[in-house]
Design a binder for this molecule. Structure first.
Ligand code: BJW
Length: 231
């Protein structure tokens, strides 16, 4: 018997109830500056210290937050699901990892990693990072950057993602506003066989493209939906 294949995309809304700010709502991450202006390689080149400070704070914040019922429900679904399964997150936090998700891709990178611009090595990183920190592999200073995909950079694992989208039977988008591409276009990249479902607090930019859309908090909607399809 062929088992249905699920692809799930998550965004900042799934981590909101764990205490992490979303990007575009009230109290959005960069306060009075739009994320589109500062999350760029150009902003890092112009002022690496302030970009490092921003990510150091966010990395430290991860110690004070925990996965919520929505992260746990998706990890449970992955364990129980008999067919192909892929969880794609735009989030740079580690809450899906800590909930136990395994078939997981961080398409916009990870806060708890640093990448060397000189030798390309990617290192697990829990502490603060600055221009004086040497790369553990090549020992060069001023070469480490947060392992984050900024605007104008290619998101990670795109070939694998595009194949999974094309083949899936169910595509579910959770807690994302549909402002940022290519993720916002995934709903249009699925094959004709796929049912598409959005679970979000508010209408997103792409709500009209989904077959079905449900409104509410991730910690209510996601466990209820997981129970529905697992049952
Ligand atoms: C809740 C909730 C609760 C709240 N429960 N829900 C057209 C096509 C292709 C590309 C482009 C294009 N037009 C422009 C581009 C380029 C650009 C782009 O998209 N720009 C837009 C501004 C228009 N994209 C890029 O540059 C990307 N790279 C690229 O395109 O490479 C070329 C390429 C071409 C073709 C194929 C492949 C590649 C790179 C994008 C990198 C994004 N990086 C960021 C910042 C990371 C740094 C950091 O973290 O500081 O990633 S931007 C920021 O936005 C972050 C997020 O992952 C991303 C998405 O945000 P998200 O998750 O949707 O959050 P919010 O805040 O917007 O929404 C939260 C939602 O949750 C809301 O709807 C709430 O209602 C909801 N919610 N509480 C449920 N409790």
């Amino acid at each position: 018997m062929v088992r249905p294949s699920i692809v799930i995309l998550t965004g900042a809304g799934i981590s909101a109830e764990s205490g992490l700010s979303t990007f575009r709502g009230n109290g959005g991450l960069w306060e009075d500056r739009r994320v589109e202006e500062v999350a760029t390689p150009e902003a890092f080149a112009a002022d690496p210290d302030s970009v490092h400070r921003f990510y150091n704070l966010r990395r430290a914040q991860l110690r004070d937050v925990k996965p919520n019922a929505a992260h746990h429900a998706l990890a449970e679904l992955e364990r129980a699901w008999k067919g192909p399964f892929l969880l794609i997150t735009q989030n740079v936090d580690d809450l899906h990892d800590r909930a136990g998700s395994q078939r997981l891709l961080h398409m916009h990178g990870e806060l708890r990693k640093a990448r060397c611009l000189r030798c390309g090595a990617i290192h697990p990183w829990d502490g603060a990072l600055d221009q004086a920190t040497p790369c553990p592999s090549c020992h060069q200073r001023s070469s480490l950057r947060p392992h984050i995909v900024w605007f104008g950079e290619m998101p990670l694992d795109m070939e694998r993602i595009e194949l999974a989208l094309y083949l899936c039977d169910l595509f579910v988008s959770i807690g994302t506003s549909g402002n940022v591409y290519p993720a916002a276009g995934f709903v249009q990249q699925v094959g004709a066989q796929a049912h598409t479902l959005e679970l979000n607090l508010d209408a997103s930019q792409t709500t009209s493209l989904f077959h079905e859309s449900r409104r509410g908090k991730a910690t209510d909607l996601v466990p209820a939906w997981v129970q529905e399809i697992s049952g």
